[in-house]
Design a protein around this ligand. Structure first.
Ligand SMILES: *Cc1c(COP(=O)(O)O)cnc(C)c1O
Length: 217
């Protein structure tokens, strides 16, 4: 696969769902990928990337941002409170706001720095004990809290359980977003982004289908 094919499949999914062309932002998830693969996607003109670790992103993106104009970097992985300041400096959007303590830390940093990246609240739609995110039943109250803190809340994000039909989780996330008046839906990865688009995804996070398999060796 590759960038061009993924873009074509996103467009086809938007058309099939009766959604406007370009309704879905493609976040190219570059975590763990060799730098030359990331560079090739930058050379091809893509500018929106996702990373799941602050430290890993700090190692490659300051240099890429200097060499390529208009890079937009999204944090899609869990964020430790003590890395929030670094995340504010490097990332343009944060998809993993997953607990009250992090929200109050964001509010404090926003006060101090005069800036806060747009955020998505991560929802643990599968209610998996090991997974980050608010439980669906806690989500409405947390949305209110985040709004009361004045954070720029864009939407909700989920990572469905690996062994379940993702559509059910995408539909649940869409319902939670709608009833809270949120437009942004960060959902869908390499194996399921088309069904996420059918259910209203505004941001799909696609890694291996663009770059090839990640080598964790
Ligand atoms: C790694 C990752 C992705 C991309 O996964 P692929 O299956 O390679 O597309 C998407 N979202 C999150 C949160 C990730 O950590």
């Amino acid at each position: 696969m590759g960038l061009k094919e993924i873009r074509e499949r996103i467009l086809a999914a938007e058309i099939a769902a009766g959604r406007p062309q370009g309704a879905t932002e493609l976040i190219a998830v570059s975590k763990v990928q060799p730098l030359e693969r990331v560079e090739a996607v930058l050379e091809a003109g893509h500018r929106v990337f996702g990373e799941n670790r602050v430290q890993e992103a700090q190692g490659k993106w300051p240099d890429f941002k200097e060499r390529f104009d208009g890079v937009e970097l999204h944090l899609i992985g869990p964020l430790q409170t003590n890395k929030a300041r670094a995340a504010f400096e490097l990332f343009d959007v944060i998809h993993s706001l997953d607990r009250p303590k992090l929200a109050t830390t964001f509010a404090r940093l926003a006060d101090e720095t005069g800036h806060c990246p747009p955020v998505f609240i991560q929802v643990n739609t599968g209610e998996e004990p090991q997974k980050a995110g608010l439980l669906p039943a806690e989500t409405d109250a947390f949305v209110t809290q985040v709004r009361d803190l004045g954070l720029p809340l864009r939407g909700l994000m989920c990572i469905p359980p690996v062994d379940e039909e993702p559509s059910l989780h995408f539909a649940l996330l869409a319902k939670l977003a709608e009833r809270n008046g949120l437009e942004g839906l960060s959902m869908g990865m390499s194996s399921d982004f088309e069904s996420a688009i059918a259910l209203g995804a505004t941001h799909v996070r696609v890694g291996s289908a663009i770059f090839g398999d990640r080598d964790y060796g």
